[in-house]
Design a protein around this ligand. Sequence first.
Ligand code: ZN
Length: 277
Amino acid sequence: MPELPEVETVVRTLEKQLFQDVITAVEVLYNRIIETDLNIFKSEIVGKQFNEFKRRGKYLHFIFSDNDELYVHLRMEGKFYIATSLEQLDMKHIHIVFKLKSNRFLCYQDTRKFGRFYYVKAGGHLKEIDKLGYEPFDSDLNGKIVYDLLRNYNSDLKSFLLDQTQICGIGNIYANEICYEVKKHPLTPTKRLKRKEADALLDAIRSILSRAIAAGGTTIRSYTSSLNVTGLFQLQVNVHGKNNELCPTCNGVIVKEMLHQRGTYYCPKCQRRPRGI
Ligand SMILES: [Zn+2]
């Protein structure tokens, strides 16, 4: 599943390709991908010019020149392709085709069909976006705020990191890496983290995500393969996917456990199980 760094990379890649291009026609081949009103989507999006390319949490956020907006969540397998002809594409899993003024096609492919598009008229609101928490790189976010969020949260550190209403954009891979970076067991109750540990947590979130953005996202190739972006971050992962390998810090053995139905990787020596848990 694409997380903040992958989504950011997809947005920046699409910006290079689509800035100021205009949608001249749209074909929706699988209606349920459009989460907001389908008829409004189909009638409003024709004629729209791509103007701003943003990201909110794990959502791609396009703002058109008339300030109408489009949010896209790629979920598990969503990908964009830009093609000069549809003949070169396997149309089986392509669910939306936008024809562009530049005589290209922007195609949305999704083998699992879990991705969702949300069209928002200028000045409108989307409940999915309104409930998102802090952006990790928000300049208003600081260690004191993270400490308060942790104290008011009634669960463990890994759940907190995955909860999009607290700090958004982090998924399973980076949650595992962040817990390792701060040397905390994923099941540590957030209320037990001290003020300085909240500072360290925010530092770890920012450094891991920014390294990943710089590397172009873990699996970016599969999200925008036609755009030739290669993800290299996998090489820098310390624990995720490395069960039975050696911990780079202590040479202990990294383990994998299913916690909250998610594959959780950690070093039992560096990340001691909290008392009573
Ligand atoms: Zn270790």
